[in-house]
Design a protein around this ligand. Sequence first.
Ligand SMILES: CC(C)(COP(=O)(O)OP(=O)(O)OC[C@H]1O[C@@H](n2cnc3c(N)ncnc32)[C@H](O)[C@@H]1OP(=O)(O)O)[C@@H](O)C(=O)NCCC(=O)NCCS
Length: 378
Amino acid sequence: MSGDVSVKRAGLEGVLATQSSISDVNGLEGRLIYRGYDIHDLAEHATFEEVIYLLWNGSLPTTPQLDDLNEQLHRYAPLPAEIKERISRIPKDANPMDMLRTIVSALSFYDPDASDMSREANLRKAIRLTARFSMIVTSFFRSRTGEQPVDPRPDLSLAGNFLYTLWGRLPDDVATRTMDVALVLHADHELNASTFAARVTAATLSDIYSAIVSAIGTLKGPLHGGANEGVIKNLLEIGNVDNVEPWLKDQFARKQKVMGFGHRVYRTEDPRATHLREMSRQLGERTGERKWYEMSRKMEEIIMREKHLNPNVDFYSASTYYALGIPTDLFTPIFACSRISGWTAHVLEQYDNNRLIRPRAEYIGPRDLKYIPIGDRG
Ligand SMILES: CC(C)(COP(=O)(O)OP(=O)(O)OC[C@H]1O[C@@H](n2cnc3c(N)ncnc32)[C@H](O)[C@@H]1OP(=O)(O)O)[C@@H](O)C(=O)NCCC(=O)NCCS
């Protein structure tokens, strides 16, 4: 763009890029709502399936509506045989987010509604995607450890089936509820980077699978969903509570960002971190290994004192998943297993009232250069 408008907001900070009625973040008050419901209320009382229904439909489900959604989620959860076969051929050392991106892309070949852009067909695709994300992640985990994939059980929730198909044994109630709350907390977050990526793709009237592939690639980055894996890497490297302060001083001296801290929007406590901190504490007490929670608390205290930064959603999710015994490179894929509900809600909303998303760039390069034949270039 030349002349008329000067863009100085790096990273589109504070820019309103669309209207949405799905979720809202109030960064000053530290509030997050899904369709008008406070995240604290939902984390305490709702199941992930209720939240999925809420995000897609705008209201909490009645019992028959929830039963119907559950029936569909169970019906679609098993992966097509071709997809199981593809997962088994993915290199065992592949990054699980790269695996997820590739398999979700391939899934579109086996969706009978792939080219149908009606709202009903897009909702069916959203259900299939949400039902299958966990299965893709856990099937890959079992494939790389040389175990047979486990079929999901119709009597388990999405949270329960994630753990069941990961471990091949029934999870207890505490593990299932912890997972369920984590899925509720990660389900949507207004116009975060991956959701924006999904909406940009959908706004070209490309299909929902393409939009979700864009979102997965965006979530992977360490400044977004990839941060939770970075957090656990740091905790493992620090090793004990006494080492927290020297380790952090070294990071500050080298001007390294500490994963799991800071946020573009929140200027106070991220309300999701409040729940994850408590779950991390409780799980630490339950397993008898309080070290990860204690190290996390110490990091939080020092970073607040030195940098005035709060922990974000990724910080305590790391020690929570670790205490559950989940492999560290599945932390970001778990984020995706939850956020698929929000991504698809936003894609549906984008299609409902679409206009191509095409902003401008302020051109700061040279002008009026003349072509030089290749032999004359110095
Ligand atoms: C989330 C994040 C990307 C937001 O970025 P942003 O809005 O562009 O904020 P900035 O990177 O401009 O940071 C503003 C200042 O705080 C500092 N800061 C922000 N996050 C920091 C962190 N995690 N550790 C140390 N310093 C941090 C920056 O260095 C900068 O300081 P400066 O003004 O002295 O240069 C950023 O806080 C970050 O990289 N956090 C770590 C990754 C993470 O946890 N991501 C998950 C987000 S939910």
